[in-house]
Design a binder for this molecule. Structure first.
Ligand SMILES: C[S@@+](CC[C@H](N)C(=O)[O-])C[C@H]1O[C@@H](n2cnc3c(N)ncnc32)[C@H](O)[C@@H]1O
Length: 285
């Protein structure tokens, strides 16, 4: 895994992960156990184009960002240490906030599919789909789901504009996605999520706590996240509102995380409103 030389991540964190926290033997075994190019090829869509924000940065110091096998294979071993106090607990806290009983779920920016799998386990009867840009992340996600015997469909796609039909999902989720995108992209993704949801459908967004990140600049420095400062200055609440969601509520989870839930409300019918106004006028004589 090629890593830039001059960053806090490279100088302090990468050696800690590489030498102490990651089981390198297990990772090497996993790496050798599959022909990853062949597996990831199954997810590559012909003529797929990646936006600049995605391919022009080295997320977490990994050259090529998520479009590298190294990033995909090391994502889970590292992520378990960067979601304090415990990855399983905080992801569960997010899932606990889902109120609907979805029949069709879409996980946007699903990465290696950790949240996607938890969604399928929580709602075994639901059709669950995960989309991501990276064929390597999708290859790992698919491999994990198959090992667990979970029927989940993983597809390469852009969460800003998917090819799914409008009003076709009951639940749309995005975990740890928005701190990795420019705020304009986050808003586009929320608008797309809104389009995809049926009326009354839910969106669930799990990510870094924007209020905490604003107060602790060092947290926005250490992991080489190119858009995290812009993310910290923004408000998922406001973005959800701008995308059309109602009943939006953001709750802090273990100080460093937040979960936002919103609902696609009944459409506002201007004709109905006009009729009501007219009726009101008639009633008033
Ligand atoms: C930090 S990972 C989060 C993965 C996963 N959701 C989780 O909870 O661990 C962010 C993922 O978002 C993907 N991504 C970023 N922008 C995207 C977009 N516009 N459409 C689809 N995937 C995107 C990246 O490839 C990466 O796998």
């Amino acid at each position: 895994m090629a890593v830039r030389k001059d960053t806090i991540f490279e100088r302090f964190l990468a050696p800690i992960f590489q030498n102490f926290l990651i089981d390198r033997e297990a990772l090497t075994r996993y790496y050798k156990s599959r022909d990853w190019e062949q597996v990831s090829d199954r997810f590559r869509q012909p003529n797929f184009t990646y936006p600049d924000y995605y391919q022009s940065h080295n997320f977490h110091g990994v050259e090529g960002g998520y479009l590298s096998l190294g990033a995909a294979l090391s994502y889970d071993p590292i992520t378990q240490y960067v979601l304090p106090p415990n990855e399983v607990w905080v992801r569960q806290e997010a899932l606990d906030r889902i109120r609907c009983h979805p029949r069709r779920i879409l996980d946007l920016g699903c990465g290696t599919g950790t949240m996607t799998r938890l969604l399928k386990q929580k709602f075994p009867q639901a059709e669950v789909i995960g989309i991501d840009f990276s064929p390597y992340m999708l290859a790992v996600a698919d491999d994990k789901a198959k090992s667990d015997g979970l029927a989940i469909e993983f597809l390469q796609g852009n969460a800003e504009s998917t090819s799914f039909a409008a009003n076709s999902f009951d639940l749309v989720t995005a975990a740890l996605l928005f701190h990795e995108t420019p705020p304009t992209v986050a808003l586009n993704i929320l608008r797309e999520g809104f389009r995809l949801l049926k009326t009354g459908g839910e969106a669930l967004i799990f990510d870094g706590n924007q209020a905490t990140l604003r107060q602790t600049e060092w947290l926005t420095e250490i992991f080489e996240e190119p858009y995290i400062k812009a993310y910290a200055q923004g408000s998922i609440d406001a973005w959800m509102g701008a995308a059309g969601f109602g009943d939006v509520l953001t709750e802090e989870v273990w100080w460093v995380h937040q979960v936002t839930r919103g609902v696609k409300p009944l459409p506002y019918h201007s004709e109905l409103a006009t009729l009501t106004d007219r009726q009101y006028g008639l009633a008033m004589g």
